[in-house]
Structure formats: C-alpha cells, structure tokens
Design a protein around this ligand. Structure first.
Ligand code: FAD
Length: 294
C-alpha cells in the first residue's frame, strides 16, 4: 500500500516508526530484539533511514525488506542523493521494487562530516525535489519528503525553505514528514504557512522522545530544532539520572502527542532510534488516556 492510500483511507491517524541500520553486529542484535516489540505496537508502517556510506546503505535495503518479510509490516526505505548517479539511484529503485517495497522517503542528505556544503554528485541530483521528480517519472513508489517547522539549517528563512518544500510537493511528494520539534506551536504555524501556499498533502509531525541530555543537545544542534526552556529546565533538574531523563522525555512526547492528536493531525512519525522501551511507555500512557489511535 502506498503513502497516499494510507492517508486517504485513514479512519485514524497513521502511526509510523523510524529505525536506522545498525553499524555493528551487537547493535544489529539489539534491533532484531527490538523489532517484534515495535511491531507489537501496531504502527501502520516502519521506515528505515539511509546512511551516507556503502555498508549502511546496503543494510537499509536489507532491513526494510526483512521487516516486510518477517513481520508482515509495510516498510518505506529512505533514499538520499548523496554520492549516487542517476544510474545508481535507478539500480536501487529496481532492488526496492523487487523486494516489494512501495514507499520511499526521498531526501537530499547531509554533506559528509567535515564538509560545510552539499556538493551534488556528478551525474546525480542537487536537491530532493530533483530526486522526487525522477522517481515520480519512473513510477512505482509512494513518496514522502522532509519538512522543517523551524526551517532547514541551510535555508536563510522559513519562507524560502517553504518555497522549496512547495517544489518538492509539486514534483510529486504524497506526504511531508517533519523534522523533530519539541514545541507544537512551531508545527502548527508551519502547517498554516504551508497551507497558505497551497501545499495540501498531509504534513505528519515527527517526534523524538529524549533518551539522553547530551544526545538531544547534539541532535538538535545538528538539525536546528530548539529545546524549549521548560523542557531544558526539567532535563537539567534530572541531571545525571538517566532513568529520570528518559521519564521526562516520555512525558514531554506524550503531552505533545495528546495535543497533536487532539488537533486532528493526519498521523505521527516517531523517531524511535531502535529503542522499544520509550515507545512502549508512550503507547501505554496514550492508551490509558484514550488517545492512542492504534
Ligand atoms: P532539500 O529539500 O533538497 O533541501 C535542502 C536545502 O536546500 C534546504 O535548505 C532547502 O531550502 C534548499 N533547497 C531545496 N531546493 C533548492 C533549490 N532548488 N535551490 C536552492 N536551494 C534549495 N538524512 C540522511 O542522510 N538519511 C536519512 O535517512 C534521512 N532521513 C530523514 C528523514 C526525515 C523525516 C527528515 C526530516 C530528515 C532526514 N534526513 C536524512 C536529513 C536530511 O537529509 C537533511 O536534513 C538534509 O540536509 C536535507 O534534506 P532534504 O531532503 O530536506 O533536502
């Protein structure tokens, strides 16, 4: 089933989980143990991120195919423009198709570590919109693209960034998944601005439950999302107590979910970082308060 079908046929918000391809055998074992627990929470589909280098890229395809095969759950593969020619992208699309994967999260990708600007590969694509147009012309896949409620780091301002989001959608994206954010007001304002520009596709909020203070400071500085003062205070009060930090993270995400679901969002995309426990706690709390749509 393609993205557009999930959202047009939905009776409830569409829940998706994002996992990443592990780099070590131990981390792969952890993911293998996490998958049945995540599947048991009954997301509509899972997405698998795409790394910047060869081996993790291979694993993206393997894991996306395996979740589909072994857990009978639809998967979407992320795909970036990094380091690939059109012919290489076409070869990946053919492999995805032969594995039965029907959906792609199409991205430009980040510049490699140490480089400030993204340099388009020779014979490849410079922007996600070009990748989207290419895949749409080929046919065969549902397509999601990234949206940035607090603007993409490289964009001079949100309006300029939204102009490029408009192009991605015009090129053929079925759905927008947002970058993680911790203040729902940023998401609501973003959706309003997107709608006023005529972007009509579903805009799905992306949420990450904080698991460690250092980690979230690193992630938010890399992706340009802010940590609201009230959340920062609670995290600082938790200090070195890892369990307490995770508890704060879950509570904050649950509160975000309650407000978002109450406002009628089309779905929620959870960045689960391969860890089932916080996701289980979130689902448990939302089920108890009658908010979980699963
Ligand atoms: P684009 O839409 O191409 O935009 C990138 C920048 O260029 C923006 O500043 C935009 O304003 C600007 N721009 C766009 N079009 C033009 C144009 N025509 N002319 C001039 N400027 C333009 N990264 C990974 O490596 N692997 C993943 O699996 C992955 N998954 C992600 C999933 C989600 C839901 C999100 C939100 C991000 C993900 N990322 C992933 C990160 C993403 O690759 C980076 O944020 C990247 O820097 C931008 O990708 P994009 O697809 O948004 O690029």
């Amino acid at each position: 089933m393609r993205f557009a079908d999930y959202f047009s046929n939905r009776r409830r918000p569409v829940i998706s989980f994002e996992v990443f391809p592990p780099k070590t055998p131990k981390a792969m074992e952890q993911l293998n143990a996490a998958l049945p627990r995540l599947v048991a929470l009954r997301p509509s589909y899972m997405t698998v991120t795409y790394g910047a280098f060869g081996t993790t890229q291979e694993r993206t395809l393997e894991i996306a195919a395996r979740i589909r095969r072994e857990h009978s759950l639809e998967t979407a593969s992320h795909l970036t423009c990094v380091g690939a020619t059109r012919a290489q992208i076409d070869a990946i699309l053919a492999r995805l198709e032969s594995s039965g994967i029907e959906n792609i999260v199409a991205l430009r990708g980040d510049p490699p570590l140490g480089e400030e600007r993204f340099v388009p590969p020779e014979g490849g694509f410079a922007h996600a919109s070009e990748l989207v147009a290419h895949i749409r012309e080929r046919g065969g896949f549902g397509l999601a693209v990234a949206g940035y409620p607090e603007k993409h780091l490289e964009a001079p301002d949100l309006d300029t960034d939204l102009g490029f989001l408009e192009r991605k959608v015009a090129a053929g994206a079925d759905v927008v998944i947002t970058q993680l954010f911790y203040d729902n007001r940023d998401y609501f304002a973003f959706v309003e601005k997107a709608r006023s520009r005529g972007i009509t596709v579903p805009i799905v909020p992306g949420l990450l439950s904080i698991q460690s203070y250092q980690q979230i400071v690193r992630i938010t500085s890399m992706c340009g999302s802010k940590i609201p003062a009230a959340l920062r205070e609670r995290l600082e009060a938790a200090g070195e107590d890892v369990a307490k930090v995770r508890e704060v993270g879950v509570e904050w995400t649950v509160d975000q979910c309650r407000e978002l679901l109450g406002a009628g969002v089309p779905g929620i995309h959870f960045y689960v970082l391969n860890r089932p426990a916080p996701m289980e706690a979130i689902v448990h709390a939302l089920t108890a308060s009658g908010h979980w749509p699963g």
